[in-house]
Design a protein around this ligand. Structure first.
Ligand code: A3P
Length: 293
């Protein structure tokens, strides 16, 4: 299949975006959320697919096990704002979802989320990942995903990351904006990728208590087993091997799944410069990101 040309970034309501996330904007903004919809919100590369698979298994693993073996994760949990040349739009997929609740994914910064999610007081799970590992993961994602702008080399990509010239804008604003929203929207659970790595079972318990789910001990163990990195990497329904716009030979979607891979990418000078800039921008005392576990 001929690949679409790499998109260019442009300013969209103050956030860097590409046409693949803005061309369907009217339908995104007018999307009619339902009160039981669950929105999974993240900055790209924070563990969206991981949490999507966890929630899909928790809700539907027992009642519709065939879902997990026959429908790729991006169809089970549609990506609201996507409008890619080779796939149905995210809003179409979400509208056609037969499940209840509907699980819907977004990378939008909080201020761009369609208003019906707030009006309907939907539950939202936000997942955040430390900036350094996010930057590394996003860099490799840019190399393999034709819907992303050309990432360039690591050093120029990192520079762009620090400047917020990334699709969905600056990481710093994204994680902070959503954190602040949590103070007024009580139905928002803010999770960290690093906690999921450290103790997946405990974070699944947090999710269950937030969502009002009570899986049996056996179900819980089954979910934990099925969401391990190796298991999701092998699983065609979660490893994005069915998606043509990604070249898994360049870099697999399930790449490393670790905390602190940034140490294999940042030079000492890059790390120091990054930390210096980070301190100035991340003054919020509540946000405790860990770059190691
Ligand atoms: P790496 O590139 O660091 O390996 P998203 O789904 O938001 O795009 O995030 C993708 C990142 O989450 C990738 O990080 C991927 O490997 C990691 N990931 C996905 N599933 C995982 C799992 N079960 N355990 C740990 N990491 C996982």
């Amino acid at each position: 299949m001929e690949q679409p040309p790499r998109p260019k970034l442009f300013d969209f309501h103050g956030v860097s975006m590409t046409k693949y996330f803005t061309d369907n904007w009217d339908n995104v903004q007018n999307f009619k959320a339902r009160p039981d919809d669950i929105l999974i919100a993240t900055y790209p590369k924070a563990g969206t697919t991981w949490v999507s698979h966890i929630l899909d298994l928790l809700y539907f693993g027992q009642t519709s096990p065939e879902r997990q073996t026959s429908i790729p994760i991006h169809e089970r949990v549609p990506f609201l704002e996507i409008n890619s040349p080779s796939l149905p739009t995210g809003t179409d997929l979400a509208e056609k979802l037969p499940t209840s609740p509907r699980l819907i994914k977004t990378h939008l910064p909080v201020q761009l989320v369609p208003k019906s999610f707030w009006e309907q007081n939907c539950r939202i799970v936000y997942v955040a990942r430390n900036a350094k590992d996010t930057a590394v993961s996003y860099f490799h994602f840019g190399r393999m995903n034709m819907l992303q702008p050309e990432p360039g080399d690591w050093s120029s990509f990192l520079h762009g990351f620090m400047e917020g010239k990334m699709v969905f804008g600056p990481w710093y604003d994204h994680v902070t904006g959503w954190w602040e929203k949590k103070q007024t929207h009580s139905k928002l659970l803010y999770l960290f990728y690093e906690d999921l790595i450290k103790d997946t079972g405990r974070e699944i318990d947090h999710l269950c208590s937030f969502l009002g789910l009570s899986p049996s001990a056996e179900e819980r163990e089954t979910v934990i087993g099925r969401v391990q990195f190796d298991s999701m990497k092998k699983n065609k329904m979660t490893n994005y091997s069915t998606v043509q716009i990604m070249d898994l030979k360049v870099s697999p979607f399930m790449r490393k799944g670790k905390v602190a891979d940034w140490k294999n990418h940042f030079t000492v000078a890059q790390s120091e410069q990054f930390d210096e800039d980070y301190k100035k921008r991340m003054k919020h005392p509540m946000q405790q990101f860990r770059t190691e576990v």
